[in-house]
Design a protein around this ligand. Structure first.
Ligand code: FNR
Length: 181
């Protein structure tokens, strides 16, 4: 089984990318979890699309999503929503319009996110629901919400607990992917 986890942060030291790395490390046997970032994706501009077509970084991400059995969006929370770079990538991925269905339609998708704050990106994840509904994904009803992430990546006991949280969540998501419909 293949899962692709897209980090919604471009930051080299991103907590969300670090959580995605822990997911890859903690993936159950037989599950290959690949991490994708949004580097190289320009701001969506209809003129750019008309002149140059879909950027290579978008097509490469699309290819990874289509080749996967499951998609995880690991989203930071900015002002109670998903970051613009992640929304921008989702917008590109639905272009041209006929690509929306093969990229997202019925795709087993989960939301995850990490924040130094107290609420585990719950507002960003809730806000993302309206976009994911539009995209037509098959959403996993369990959310991975990591609060106080800076305290939990301590390389010691707190990190062990976080790994356990991730393992349990991944077990649920992989079961969901394995179910026929
Ligand atoms: C934030 N941050 C933040 N955190 C949160 O829990 N709720 C929020 O609404 C916001 N809003 C917000 C807006 C902007 C513009 C920035 C830059 C940051 C803090 C955010 O969670 C923190 O910077 C994380 O470290 C971002 O994720 P990465 O880059 O570490 O993955």
């Amino acid at each position: 089984m293949k899962i692709v986890a897209v980090s919604g942060s471009l930051r080299a030291k991103s907590f969300n990318t670090r959580v995605a790395r822990l997911m890859a490390e903690q993936a159950p046997k037989g599950v290959e979890l690949q991490i994708q970032t949004l580097h190289g994706i320009p701001l969506y501009d209809g003129d750019l699309e008309e002149k140059e077509g879909i950027p290579a970084a978008v097509e490469s991400l699309r290819g990874a999503i289509k080749a996967a059995d499951g998609l995880v969006l690991v989203t930071p929370e900015y002002n109670a929503g998903m970051p613009g770079v992640l929304k921008n990538a989702l917008d590109w991925l639905t272009r041209p319009g006929e690509e929306m269905k093969p990229t997202f339609g019925g795709r087993k998708t989960a939301l995850a996110g990490a924040t130094p704050g107290a609420w585990g990106t719950s507002l960003a994840q809730s806000g993302a629901l309206i976009n994911l509904r539009q995209l037509g994904v098959h959403l996993y009803p369990g959310y991975l919400r990591v609060s106080k992430v800076h305290e939990n990546l301590d390389g010691a006991g707190a990190e062990e607990k976080l790994k356990e949280q991730i393992r349990k969540w991944l077990a649920g998501f992989t079961d969901f992917i394995g179910q026929s419909e």
